[in-house]
Every structure is written in C-alpha cells, then in structure tokens.
Design a protein around this ligand. Structure first.
Ligand code: MG
Ligand code: ZN
Length: 352
C-alpha cells in the first residue's frame, strides 16, 4: 500500500511537471465558426491541419451588452477574463482598464508578441495591449503600444504610428527604445535577435487573393524564432484577421482563402509545438461572421456552395482547439472569458 501511494505521488508529480507549458501560442481566426472551418476543409479537397487537434472545446461568447459579440469584446474577454461591451478595448463593462495576459506575461519576464493580417491597432490584437473606450480610437491605441515592453509586433496600420494628429512619430520613439523597426516582410529575414516592430502595410494588409502571399506564415515564423530566445518562455497572439471580412462581404471565396491561409500557419505552429514540447497551442475565434450555411459542396473538386444570413456576426458557440502540455483543460463548454484564466494558470502568471 505504501509503495502504491509513493508510486501514485511520483506519477502524479511527473504528470504535473509535464503539464506546465513554458510558452503559449494563442491563435485567433477572426470570424471563424464551424462553417468557415468546414468550408475551408471542403475547398482544400477534404483536409485541414486543424483536424489534427484531439482536444476540442466550445466557448459561449455573449458580450455584456449584446447577445452577439464583436471582435473587441471578444478579444478583451480572452485577454482580461472579463465580459465587456462591444467596442471595448481592454476595459471591463464599467469602462475600467483590466490587466491583460500579455501584460501579466511581461511582468513575469516572458517574451510577448502580436501578429496579425490587419491593422495592429485593430480590435483583436489591441485588446491584449491597449485600454481604450472604443475600437475606432486607432491613434490612442497605437500610443498604448509604447506603455508595454512587448517584444515582437507584426501587422499593418503603420499610419497610426507615423502620420498622427498629434504629429508624433511613434516609430522614432520605438527606435530610440532599441526596437528594430521595419516596413516590409522581406527585410525580416536578416533579423535573428532583439525586439522587432514590423508594420508592413500603411493600413490593412491586402487580401490573400490580392497578393499577401505568405506574409502571415513569415510573420509567425519570425515571431516565434525571436520569442523563443527568452528562457522564461513566451506568450504570443497570432491572428488570421480576414476570415471575418470574407463573412462581412458575404464572399465565401474570400473567407475560404483566408481560412486556408490561417490553416497553413496552424500546420507550421503544430510542427513547432511537437518538436518544442513545452508549448501549448490554443486556436479559436472570437465569433462567427455572416451566418454562413453550407448548402452543398464537393470534396473532390473543392467546390463549396455557401449562403449567408447576415452581413454581421452571429451568436453561435465557437470551437476551441488545444495541443500541448495542459491541453486537456480546454475540453468542454465554457465562456470566452474563461480562456484568460485557463491560459494564465497554464503559464502560472498568478493574479494581478
Ligand atoms: Mg480581428
Ligand atoms: Zn467582424
């Protein structure tokens, strides 16, 4: 009996040690409901990398003031653990600033990153780093980027940093703080250490169908290469931003092309996590967009027949996919804001 008990304690502690990830890669496909995933799978002739996940949950995602969330309330829930109003950036429902996962990770000495295919000041990335009343306050949000010690920032929206109403050039300030500041994807290749801000488009980067190429994959690879240098670990957000915009446009081909681009990143990130063994990968969306219904399709030809019920978002539950140490904590049905606590616990970031 005594032996058995000792064995159980040892087995338990080993299992526990294995379950604490050093890094979290949090991937958000904006507007990516199950229809968008399945449309991508069909268009890709029957397979996607996201199918490799064995741990799957769902989140409920209502905003504090609306049954249907927007990306700001959705991302603020992920980032701060608080249900809030549509449009809020890093504020709770009483409009008070809430500490974010990225800020907690910084306080604990982890490296942090934000990677998107939209303006970096857009709702999803900015909810992790800024605290503003409305998502439309792009210049105020840009200024909030200077209030943290974020390590890697890659996306669009350069104009909110350098062509501002207050005449400040925030990129100059960032350079003076030893950030490597870039304006295109190619020149990232020569960077192998240090802090990086790459705002590779003045406004939103173009659609995949208009030539964005492998910008998201290159951004993801560079961010993880740089962040991995931190021995304490890292937290990074990687957003496939434009699946949502395909939904708003009721353009199935747009949503599908962006879904497949996002899934290519998922494949690369999974390979990294399998080799690294200390990285927890979480993939989800903030909400579904377009009320997309799949009315027909063909797995051989990749044809998809989709119809849409709205130009806006819908309130349906959203899947969560988890891989790596601690993944099993992401099974089940819970609220979008519970993801904050689950990730904070996984990285042992504690309270405030
Ligand atoms: Mg977004
Ligand atoms: Zn949207």
């Amino acid at each position: 009996m005594k032996r058995l008990l000792i064995f159980l304690i040892c087995a338990g502690s080993t299992a526990f040690a294995q379950k604490a990830p050093k890094n979290i890669i949090f991937m958000v496909g904006d507007g990516m409901g199950v229809s968008q995933i399945y449309a991508g799978l069909t268009a890709n002739k029957g397979s996607l990398n996201i199918e490799q996940f064995k741990v799957i949950g769902f989140h409920r995602n209502q905003a504090s003031d609306n049954y249907v969330t927007d990306s700001a309330a959705g991302a603020t829930a992920f980032a701060t653990g608080k249900q809030t109003y549509n449009g809020a950036i890093g504020l709770d429902s009483l409009k008070q600033p809430s500490v974010t996962l990225l800020e907690l990770a910084e306080q604990k000495g982890l490296a942090t990153g934000l990677v998107t295919t939209c303006d970096i000041t857009d709702a999803t990335p900015s909810s992790f780093i800024a605290h503003q009343l409305k998502r439309s306050m792009h210049e105020e949000i840009a200024a909030d980027f200077l209030k943290t010690d974020v390590d890697v920032v890659i996306g669009g929206g350069r104009k909110f940093f350098e062509t501002r109403a207050d005449k400040q050039n925030l990129l100059d300030t960032l350079r003076s703080r030893k950030y490597q500041v870039l304006c295109d994807i190619q020149s990232m290749e020569s960077i192998h250490q240090g802090k990086l801000i790459n705002l590779y488009a003045a406004e939103n980067p173009v659609k995949i169908s208009e030539g964005r190429g492998d910008a998201l994959l290159k951004s993801t690879q560079k961010a993880i290469e740089l962040l991995s240098a931190n021995k304490k670990g890292f937290f990074t957000l990687i957003e496939g931003s434009q699946i949502d915009w395909g939904g708003h446009a009721n353009d199935a081909q747009y949503a599908i092309a962006e879904m497949i681009d996002f899934d290519k990143n998922i494949g690369w990130v999974l390979d990294f996590a399998r080799k690294n063994k200390e990285t927890l990968v979480i993939i989800t969306a903030d909400h579904e967009t377009g009320g997309m219904a799949l009315m027909g399709g063909n797995m051989q030809t990749g044809e998809v027949k989709a119809e849409f019920t709205t130009k806006g978002h819908t309130g349906q539950m959203i899947p969560v996919f988890a891989f790596g140490p601690g993944a099993e904590n992401f099974n089940g049905i819970y609220h979008n804001y519970d993801l904050f606590g689950k990730m904070r616990e996984a990285l042992r970031l504690g309270q405030k």
